[in-house]
Design a protein around this ligand. Structure first.
Ligand code: SF4
Length: 162
């Protein structure tokens, strides 16, 4: 059975920076969870950050730019948490290799998990096009990353035995 990497906060794990979760009630997610398809993971806590924690945003680019050392991740309190974000992304890659995972469903807009948009590094609640650090690492390694708003597309792909 094809396994899926999923952001732990989408399954209700309390791992977000604000000490909360973002449980997604979707029939397909419930079905896949019951089938045991999910490998749940939070790259930020796995990378060594605590919950709750100050929010982080990527400054000067997106996850791809962080990997290319053109951008960095800083918290609202000014701390450089780039090493923790990179460590978490590397652990996500280890997990997908261990479980031969080809697909991930990751939380939208996160500096780790975002796939289409992220916050722009100003902490002024502005989104910009780009992906998070973990998404960048996974995509670089051929993993298909969907957000929680693209579950039907993920399902379509799963049925197609991609
Ligand atoms: Fe959720 Fe990803 Fe943020 Fe962890 S890093 S809380 S899994 S969005």
């Amino acid at each position: 059975m094809e396994k899926i990497l999923i952001s732990a906060c989408l399954l209700g794990d309390i791992v977000r920076y604000d000490g909360r979760q973002k449980k997604m009630d979707h029939v397909l997610l419930q079905c896949w969870e019951a089938q045991g398809r999910f490998v749940r993971f939070c790259p930020e806590t796995a990378g060594g950050l605590k919950t709750p924690r100050p929010p982080g945003e990527i400054v000067n680019g997106d996850g791809k730019d962080v990997l290319a050392h053109r951008a960095w991740v800083r918290t609202s309190t000014g701390e450089d948490v780039t090493p923790q974000f990179i460590r978490g992304a590397a652990m996500a890659l280890d997990l997908v290799k261990t479980h031969a995972i080809k697909m991930a469903i990751l939380k939208a807009n996160s500096p780790s998990c975002g796939s289409d948009f992220i916050y722009d590094g100003t902490f002024e609640n502005r989104l910009t096009a780009g992906m998070g650090v973990t998404t960048a690492v996974l995509r670089k390694n051929g993993i298909l990353v969907f957000s929680e708003y693209e579950i039907e597309a993920a399902s379509f792909l799963l049925k197609s035995n991609f």
